[in-house]
Design a protein around this ligand. Structure first.
Ligand code: TRP
Length: 353
């Protein structure tokens, strides 16, 4: 039996951080290890150009960085097809057909695009390529005939848009494309991790994210300087765990085993939270605990990353091999799409002869 296909990806615009990990990388590793799926992971360098067309160095430099992050979290060369987007001609032809099925107002209503437009200060000069990128992402997903798309919650509108395109396409041209489904983290605390400063957005310039490649010292520095409840001044003050980044991170990362190992006076996070809320538990202690949890998570990643940094040829070869295979897979879809629409003139007239 053929396996269901998973397609997901990231823009190579920077190293991946712990928000990416709980938001999507973790479920990718689980799905990989289940052995039930065929998985493609796209390093979306062309999509990265939509807001970095004048900053190509950043995109170039981050292709291998993102690949190393993937391998560091436990995605494996033999189990996943790693694909470089810019080498797949088919996915650049598909959007031309899909664009006819999407209205301009629908694109402008896409919440992800809307938010990004606000933060990018394009003003009135919004590049067409940028507003168009949901259509191109629909091409990424459909070209692989993907059934499942594990992504962070911010990508939900993209998958919605893709589903609408698939529905219109299949209605107009006949059942051709696979309807994709999004896979979100099971734990809602992992949906959108706040920055270490409590800011809703993690960004390099704010120095508020913990990267998967951070050193032990950097992680410790970032955790120990995390924002907490500003009204929790003395240890005995009552504290709030709501909207408190340290507790949000513990929701996302800590397991009962971590308590047994590092904080045995509590059985689980609920007990620790209750103590913080009634007073008597200091921030430093909670932060030290979080630091231990994150160090345990990231230590094995650092080791795997080091292995591949020292064997970078292996990474490049895997990416090239995955890309070549993906060229074939996506070409097949393109042929089906062209046939469904009827832009297959020579095939048709030759067959009749
Ligand atoms: N838009 C995604 C991001 O910003 C990257 C991406 C491109 C993607 N193509 C995709 C994700 C296809 C899932 C499926 O990170």
């Amino acid at each position: 039996m053929e396996k269901d296909i998973i397609l997901t990806g990231d823009r190579p615009t920077g190293n991946l951080h712990i928000g990416h990990y709980v938001g999507s990388l973790k479920s990718r590793v689980e799905m990989q290890n289940s052995g039930k799926y065929e998985m493609f992971i796209l390093i979306a360098d062309v999509q990265a150009l939509t807001d970095n067309f004048d900053n190509v160095e950043k995109v170039k430099k981050n292709i291998l960085e993102v690949a190393l992050d993937y391998l560091a979290v436990g995605l494996e060369i033999d189990k996943v097809h790693f694909v470089l987007q810019s080498y797949l001609p088919s996915i650049f032809e598909l959007p031309m057909y899909y664009a006819n099925l999407v209205t301009q107002s629908r694109l402008e209503r896409n919440p992800t695009v809307k938010n990004e437009l606000k933060s990018k200060n394009f003003g009135k000069s919004v590049p067409v390529g940028f507003v168009n990128y949901p259509i191109s992402q629909a091409a990424d997903i459909t070209a692989f005939m993907a059934k499942y798309v594990p992504v962070g919650v911010d990508q939900l509108p993209m998958i919605e848009q893709t589903r609408e395109i698939v529905q219109s396409f299949n209605r107009i041209y006949g059942e051709t494309l696979v309807m994709p489904e999004v896979i979100l983290p099971k734990n809602e605390a992992c949906y959108r991790l706040v920055g270490t400063d409590g800011n809703a957005k993690m960004s390099k310039s704010l120095d508020n994210c913990i990267y998967l490649k951070d050193s032990e010292k950097e992680i410790e520095r970032k955790v120990m300087s995390m924002y907490t409840d500003p009204n929790h001044i003395n240890v005995n003050d009552k504290g709030s765990t709501k909207n408190n980044p340290v507790f949000i991170y513990l929701e996302a990362f800590s397991k009962d085993e971590d308590f047994a190992k590092y904080c045995p006076e509590y059985k689980n996070l609920d007990e620790m939270k209750a103590h913080y809320e009634r007073g008597g538990l200091g921030d430093v202690k909670v932060k030290r605990f979080l630091n231990n949890v994150l160090q345990d998570l990231i230590r094995p990643m650092r080791e795997r990353r080091k292995h591949y940094e020292e064997n970078i040829e292996e990474v490049i070869d895997a990416l090239e091999k995955g890309t070549k295979y993906a060229i074939d897979v996506t070409n097949k879809t393109l042929q089906k799409v062209r046939k469904a629409i009827g832009v297959d003139f020579f095939d048709r007239v030759k067959k009749k002869n």
